[in-house]
Design a protein around this ligand. Structure first.
Ligand code: BES
Ligand code: MN
Ligand code: ZN
Length: 504
C-alpha cells in the first residue's frame, strides 16, 4: 500500500472516498449508571466546514448510535471533491485516542476493500497530534489490509493500493512518520504471512529459508544451524523436542549490528518456532489441534521485528534467535519422565512433552546470553493457561526487571498493543521443583502461565528479561471490523518500538 500525505483541506481532496471519524460528545453517564434517554451528540472530528455540513443531517437524524465502527457511506457529497464520504464512529470523544484510531483506520480499509474501492483519503481527526495520528492511521490501515484466505480459489486478493492521510503540519516530518509506520505495518503483515501458513508449508526449514531471504533483502546477517550444531552446542532441551520429528530443526540467528553502534546494550529477541505442536507423546486431543500450526508465532514475530529494525536502522545491536522444530510423537520422541540437560547445564525432568515451548526457549535464551546479549525479550504461544487468565484481549507480560517492564509498557501504549503484567514471585518456583532433576517442565494445574515463565526465568537468570505469552492474542478467533480472522501479528510493533527506545 502506497501512503502519501496531503496538507490540503479535506473538501479539496480528489479521491474515490474521503474517510472521516465521527465522535460522540454526549456527557458520559454518572457513576456508570445507565441514563435512560441518553442520546449521542455526534460530530465529525474535523474543523472542515464542508465535511461537517455534508454529514450534518445524518448525524442529527437520531438514526445513529455513535457506537465504535458504525459506518455510513455517502455518495456524491455536496461541496467535496471526493466521490464519496465514509463516516466511521469512533465512540465517545472523551476516550478517543490513537488506540481507537488504529482500529478505525483498519475498519476504513476493510470497508473499502469489501466494496472494491482501492484508494481513499483518511482525514486525521482533530484532537490527536498530527504525527501520532498519521502513525496510527498508516499502521492500522496495514492491519486491515491483510486477509488470510491464501488457498481459496476465489481469493480476491483485493488490497488497498493507495492511502492518503489528510492532515496538517510539517510535510517532510509527516512523510517520514508515514514511511516508518509503513515499514512497521509491512513487517507485521510479513509476520502474519508466516504464521498463516499451515505446517506442511511452513516447516522449520521453510521458516529458516523465509528468514534468510528476508535478511538478504534488508541487509541482515543470518545463520541457520541444523541438528548437528544444536547437539554440538549441547542444546539438550531444544534437541529433546526436535528428536521426535522427521523434519530437521532449525536454529535461526539474525544479527543487526549497525556501524558505530555502542558495544552495549546488545538486545536479544528469542522466539518460539514450533511449526506444529501435536503435544508429542503427551498428545493433544484431536479437537482444535489444527490450530497448533500457529505455535511458531513467537518466532515469526521475531523474524518480522528484525525486518522492521533493519529497515528503521536504530543505533543499537540486536540479535534475533528462533528455535524452530515440530513437536511430534514417534519412536524417537522423548517420553514423560525423561531427564534432559539444557545448554546451561541445568537438568530438566520432562513431566509433559506438550510443555515443549519452554524447552526450546530455555536453550534459545541461554544461547542469546552466550552471544553477548545484555537484555532479553522472548515471545511465545506458550500456554493455554494465559488464555484462561487474560482471555483474548491482553497478552501476558512477565519481567524480572522493573525498568525493562516500564520501557516495554511504554512501547505497548505507544503502539496500541494491550498486554498485562503477571507475577513471578519465588513462591511459584516450588511448583517446578523436581525430586530427580534441577527442575520439572510443568508446574501442575494452577498458575500455568506463571510456572511456565518461572521455568524460563531459570535460564534468563540475572539478565534483564521480558517474556511475552501470546497464546491468546497471536490468532484472532473471529474477524473484527478492523482485522481479519487469523494471525494478528501481536507484539511486533511494541518490540520494534522497544528496540528503538534503546537507541535514543
Ligand atoms: N503451544 C501450546 C500452548 C497453546 C495453547 C498455544 C493454546 C496456543 C493456544 C503449548 O506448547 C502447550 O501445549 N502448553 C501446555 C502446557 C502444559 C502441558 C503444562 C498447555 O498450555 O496446556
Ligand atoms: Mn505444547
Ligand atoms: Zn506449543
Amino acid at each position: 500500500m502506497k501512503t502519501t500525505i496531503s496538507l490540503s483541506i479535506p473538501a479539496e481532496v480528489e479521491t474515490e472516498s474521503l474517510v472521516a471519524v465521527v465522535l460522540d460528545h454526549a456527557e458520559p453517564t454518572q457513576n456508570g449508571q445507565p441514563q435512560k434517554d441518553k442520546k449521542p451528540l455526534l460530530k465529525v472530528a474535523t474543523p472542515d466546514a464542508a465535511v461537517q455540513s455534508v454529514a450534518a443531517d445524518l448525524l442529527a437524524s437520531g438514526e445513529l448510535t455513535g457506537k465504535p465502527f458504525e459506518t455510513n457511506l455517502l455518495h456524491k457529497p455536496a461541496g467535496l471533491k471526493a466521490k464519496r464520504l465514509l463516516l466511521i464512529s469512533g465512540g465517545p470523544a472523551k476516550k478517543f485516542s490513537s488506540y481507537e484510531l488504529r482500529r478505525i483506520a483498519g475498519t476504513a480499509v476493510r470497508t473499502m476493500k469489501s466494496r472494491g474501492i482501492r484508494t481513499f483519503a483518511f482525514v486525521a481527526p482533530s484532537g490527536i497530534p498530527a504525527e501520532e495520528a498519521t502513525r496510527a492511521i498508516v499502521e492500522g490501515a496495514h492491519v486491515g489490509n491483510f486477509d488470510p484466505d491464501y488457498y481459496r480459489s476465489d481469493r480476491k486478493d483485493q488490497k488497498i493500493d493507495e492511502l492518503t492521510v489528510v492532515t496538517s503540519g510539517d510535510q517532510a516530518a509527516l512523510e517520514k512518520t508515514a514511511a516508518e509506520a509503513q515499514i512497521i505495518g509491512e513487517s507485521q503483515n510479513f509476520t502474519r504471512d508466516l504464521v498463516n501458513e499451515p505446517s506442511n508449508r511452513m516447516t522449520p526449514t521453510i521458516l529458516a529459508d523465509r528468514g534468510k531471504k528476508m535478511c538478504a533483502e534488508v541487509g541482515l546477517k543470518c545463520e541457520v544451524y541444523g541438528a548437528d550444531k544444536i547437539k554440538e552446542l549441547k542444546m539438550g532441551a531444544f534437541w529433546s523436542v526436535a528428536q521426535g520429528s522427521d523434519e530437521p530443526p532449525a536454529l535461526i540467528v539474525m544479527t543487526y549490528e549497525p556501524a558505530g553502534a555502542p558495544a552495549k546494550p546488545v538486545l536479544g529477541l528469542v522466539g518460539k518456532g514450533i511449526t506444529f505442536d501435536t503435544g508429542g507423546i503427551s498428545i493433544k486431543p484431536a479437537d482444535g489441534m489444527e490450530k497448533m500450526k500457529y505455535d511458531m508465532a513467537g518466532g515469526a514475530t521475531m523474524i518480522g521485528a528484525m525486518r522492521g529494525i533493519a529497515l528503521l536502522k536504530p543505533n543499537v545491536k540486536v540479535i534475533g534467535i528462533v528455535c524452530a522444530t515440530e513437536n511430534m510423537p514417534s519412536g524417537h520422541a522423548q517420553k514423560p519422565g525423561d531427564v534432559q540437560i539444557a545448554m546451561s547445564g541445568k537438568s530438566i525432568e520432562i513431566i509433559n512433552t506438550d510443555a515443549e515451548g519452554r524447552l526450546v526457549l530455555a536453550d534459545g535464551l541461554y544461547y542469546a546470553r552466550q552471544l553477548g546479549c545484555t537484555h532479553l525479550v522472548d515471545a511465545a504461544t506458550l500456554t493455554g493457561a494465559v488464555v484462561v487468565a487474560l482471555g483474548y484481549a491482553n497478552a501476558g507480560v512477565f519481567a524480572n526487571d522493573d525498568e525493562m517492564y516500564e520501557r516495554f509498557h511504554a512501547a505497548n501504549v505507544k503502539e496500541g498493543e494491550k498486554m498485562w503484567r503477571m507475577p513471578l514471585d519465588d513462591e511459584y518456583k516450588e511448583q517446578i521443583r523436581s525430586s530427580i532433576a534441577d527442575i520439572m517442565n510443568t508446574g501442575g494445574r494452577w498458575g500455568g502461565a506463571i510456572t511456565a515463565a518461572m521455568f524460563l526465568k531459570e535460564f534468563a537468570e540475572d539478565t534483564p528479561w521480558i517474556h511475552l505469552d501470546i497464546a491468546g492474542t497471536a490468532w484472532m478467533e473471529e474477524q473484527k471490523p478492523w482485522i481479519a480472522k487469523g494471525p494478528s501479528g501481536i507484539a511486533l510493533r511494541s518490540l520494534v518500538e522497544f528496540v528503538k527506545s534503546f537507541a535514543q
